[in-house]
Design a protein around this ligand. Structure first.
Ligand SMILES: [Zn+2]
Length: 81
């Protein structure tokens, strides 16, 4: 798994093999190792944002998807109803 990094240049999608410009930010946290104030961010293109979010949700990680460049203070545990 490639972990996207934030930088000043136009970020690319975090999906392996995808070279598209990212337009979405996928904010997530691994509750097993990350504190509540820890937020990891993957950049994603429009095509793969759902793939990346579902990848994380399938591991029971809380996920928040925003426009690229937006920040979130924390990623809480999502309620599944
Ligand atoms: Zn992509």
């Amino acid at each position: 798994m490639i972990i996207g990094s934030e930088g000043p240049s136009a970020p690319q999608c975090s999906r392996a093999g995808c070279r598209a410009d990212a337009i979405r930010g996928v904010h997530w946290r691994n509750p097993r190792i990350h504190g509540i104030d820890r937020v990891k961010v993957w950049a994603a293109c429009d095509e793969h944002v759902d793939f990346l979010a579902e990848f994380l949700r399938s591991r029971d990680f809380p996920v928040i998807v925003t426009a690229l460049g937006e920040t979130v203070d924390s990623v809480g545990v999502e309620t599944t109803s």
